[in-house]
Design a protein around this ligand. Structure first.
Ligand code: C2E
Ligand code: MG
Ligand code: MG
Length: 710
């Protein structure tokens, strides 16, 4: 037969010889069996090994003579072999069935496991009895590892997609079957197994308004191969519609795959919600939920456009609550906030839904009425709003009474632009305030007249404190003898949004007339003491702070208590807070002035007579005042270089002050010559532009620090 001549293994001839009858016709495959990389095992009917090929020996390490007569399982099964699979193989073989492509872990002679794919074929004789089993085994370890690596990387990808709230699908063009990545259910918010299988199913879940865009995108990518990005809402997800962004592109046919669409889908609900919130915040007042200033301006502009085209009127109502600051200051911001919310609600309830309410900030609201052409109607509506606001409010267990002032401007007669209408409604509102609050005023051009301007100014002044438009500047005072910094005079400053700086000579008389001087004066005293505290903390507690006191303040009850409280609160020692009274004020009702000033001096206040020389103080009287200093009016200082009269007055005033045991402060020192003259004649303290202008608090602190270091 010539088998031996070709045979490679030692036992080959014997086994081959034994099989000769049954396998005779396979002789020519001998070469194949010996050279194939598959392992070949032949057993008898009892599954005892008769033959293994060289590949078997190569893979397992077992030679034929070592395994001959043993069962394959005995030889190859080990701790990692799946017993259930091994048993199933035995049972199936016992039933005469063949085994195809079953995978199992076997172990090599050295114990190393490997994956094998098994194919076992029983061989029958003429009578149908099994005589042998031929097993072909394939080492599939490498494939197994590759497959496992692939599966692991797919799992990781799926996890990454899940974390990114992202999934994808593919679909061949011309077919209608969407193949989704694992975890796509989570992104779309559908039940497991509930993913849309076709475009139709997918689109059906999309919210009506968003469908057209998605369909158009599919059409474009199919016809023009144009990539797309669409956002739409998917219905049916738990917790409401879910925002999905879908980005799709065309993939050209390659060797293996046909032309297809690949689309990524992202769950963008969270970022949409954040975007919505940002957009909301940009356009709304967070406290009341009303439109804010930006939205008001935006809407008002477009309403003006419409009114212009249609030749209609528009009314702008500017509303400011009266004394809101008091509520905030005395009852706290939480009460103030609730009052504002209630006001917003009441305003909204009192207008038509087509009208507009906005909160500008603070306690200011604006209402825009469209389609009105009768002032009487507007006035009635304005009254209605004021009534609504002044109904008692229950806030935090107390009943509060709020009122408001309202100013109206009309388009087109009072202004064509948003800015102009706002400004004029604002001006009208100030007039309403000045008219006595809880009232309404229409804008009219005569609001620009002197009287009207005063009205308006008064209205503005009423709000100056709460809008924090007031501040103090400090003008330094120096010792004439050695140039040391001895203190500052606190001078009130008012900066309005509309007019800029308003000089104190203009608004202080107004504040006095209207009684506003009490609130303002209290604020000044408090602020001045607060600043002194800062100077003391910088290391200059010896500095004096001078505050101008108006006649009304001197006569108001409770001044002594207030001042006493302030001195304690800010820790001012006796004598550093100086109050300046003008000569005329001190002269008015001298007896009572003397009494009050005396009480305050005993409480630690020092006194100066301001603007000395402009009134008619009698020397005898001046002597009786409990004062420490006299401030010579700057009118006498101004012409000092030219006027010998003024020179005589100045030197006499200095001598007079000294004779009374008082210090003399010269005001308005603007030149070196004035400074020289005053110093020469024994003036004690000097104040004026030559030495230093009034400066903001921070600059005053810096000046103090420079002097401390010098
Ligand atoms: P006053 O008390 O006589 O204050 C001095 C004024 O003269 C300040 O004007 C100051 O800026 C100015 N001044 C200082 N040095 C010079 C200078 O060298 N040349 C010139 N031309 N002017 C100088 P201001 O700040 O405009 O104040 C004007 C008046 O307003 C004050 O006169 C005072 O009577 C009143 N005032 C200021 N603040 C208050 C306050 O808080 N309460 C009260 N009741 N009145 C105040
Ligand atoms: Mg003064
Ligand atoms: Mg003065």
């Amino acid at each position: 037969m010539g088998v031996e001549a070709v045979g490679a293994g030692a036992g080959w001839g014997g086994a081959w010889g034994g099989l000769h009858g049954a396998l005779g016709q396979l002789n020519r495959f001998r070469l194949v069996v010996e050279h194939t990389s598959n392992m070949v095992v032949i057993t008898d009917a009892q599954r005892r090994i008769e033959y293994v090929n060289p590949s078997y020996t190569q893979v397992t390490g077992w030679a034929l003579e070592e395994v001959k007569g043993r069962r394959p399982g005995e030889v190859l099964h080990g701790p990692l072999t799946c017993q259930a699979t091994a048993r199933e193989i035995r049972e199936r073989l016992g039933r005469g069935e063949s085994i195809n492509q079953v995978e199992l872990i076997n172990h090599r002679k050295d114990g190393e496991p490997y994956w094998v794919q098994l194919n076992i074929q029983p061989v029958h004789d003429e009578r149908g009895e099994v005589t042998h089993y031929v097993a072909i085994q394939l080492d599939v370890t490498a494939q197994r590892q590759a497959r496992e690596a692939l599966e692991a990387s797919e799992r990781r990808l799926a996890e990454a997609l899940r974390l990114a709230r992202m999934a994808s699908f593919e679909c061949n063009f011309g077919q209608d079957e969407l193949r989704w990545t694992a975890g796509a259910e989570g992104v779309l918010g559908v039940e497991p197994g509930g993913l849309p299988r076709s475009f139709a199913e997918h689109i059906e879940r999309v919210q009506d308004e968003d469908r057209a865009a998605l369909m158009a995108a599919y059409l474009r990518v199919a016809t023009d191969q144009a990539p797309y990005e669409v956002e739409y809402r998917i219905l049916g997800a738990p917790g409401g519609p879910r925002w999905i962004r879908e980005r799709g592109y065309h993939l050209s046919a390659d060797g293996r795959a046909p032309r297809r669409l690949c689309a990524l889908v992202f769950d963008v609900s969270a970022s949409k919600a954040a975007q919505d919130r940002i957009a909301y915040l940009a356009w709304h007042d967070t406290l009341t939920g009303l439109a804010n200033r930006e939205q008001l301006q935006h809407l008002l502009r477009s309403r003006l456009d419409v009114a212009r085209q249609q030749g209609r009127q528009l009314a702008l109502l500017f509303i400011d609550l009266d004394r809101f600051k008091t509520i905030n200051d005395t009852l706290g911001h939480h009460v103030g906030d609730d009052v504002l919310k209630l006001c917003a609600q009441r305003l909204q309830d009192s207008i038509r839904s087509s009208d507009l309410v906005a909160r500008l900030g603070g306690d200011e609201f604006v209402v825009v009425l469209g389609d009105v052409d009768d002032s009487a109607v507007i006035a009635r509506l304005g009254e209605k709003l004021l009534d609504a606001l002044s109904r008692p409010m229950q806030v935090h267990g107390r009943e509060l009474h709020v009122s408001a002032s309202l100013g109206v401007s009309l388009y087109p007669q009072d202004g064509e632009s948003v800015a102009e209408l706002m400004r004029h409604a604002d001006a009208a509102m100030y007039r309403a305030k000045a008219l006595g609050r809880r009232t309404l005023a229409f804008y009219s051009p005569d609001l620009q007249s002197d009287n009207a301007q005063r009205f308006e100014l008064e209205g503005r002044l009423r709000l100056a404190l709460q809008r924090q438009e007031l501040s103090l500047h400090f003008q330094p005072q120096f010792c004439a003898f050695d140039g040391a910094l001895v203190g500052f005079e606190a001078l009130l400053r008012w900066r309005t949004e509309v007019d800029g700086w308003v000089p104190p000579d203009r608004f202080i008389p107004l504040a006095e007339e209207t009684g506003l001087i009490h609130d303002i004066g209290d604020w000044v005293l408090d602020e001045a003491c607060r600043q002194w505290r800062r100077w003391a903390d910088l290391g200059a507690p010896h500095l004096r702070v001078s505050v101008n006191l108006s006649a009304h303040q001197l006569r108001a009850p409770g001044l002594q208590e207030r001042l006493g409280r302030l001195l304690i609160e800010h820790g001012l020692p006796s004598g550093v807070l100086e109050l300046e009274l003008t000569e005329t004020v001190a002269m008015h009702d001298p007896a009572s002035s003397i009494e009050r000033m005396g009480q305050l001096r005993d409480a630690g206040i020092s006194w100066a007579v301001d603007d000395f020389g402009t009134g008619y103080s009698s020397l005898a009287y001046l002597k009786t005042l409990p004062i420490q200093r006299i401030k010579l009016d700057r009118a006498f200082v101004r012409d000092l270089e030219r006027s010998t009269d003024d020179q005589a007055i100045c030197s006499a005033a200095i001598r007079l002050a000294h004779a009374l045991g008082l210090e003399l402060v010269a005001e308005g020192v603007e030149t070196a010559a004035q400074h020289h003259f005053l110093r020469l004649h024994g003036c004690d303290v000097m104040q004026g532009y030559f030495l230093g202008r009034p400066i903001p608090d921070a600059d005053a602190c810096a000046l103090i620090q420079r002097h401390l270091q010098a």
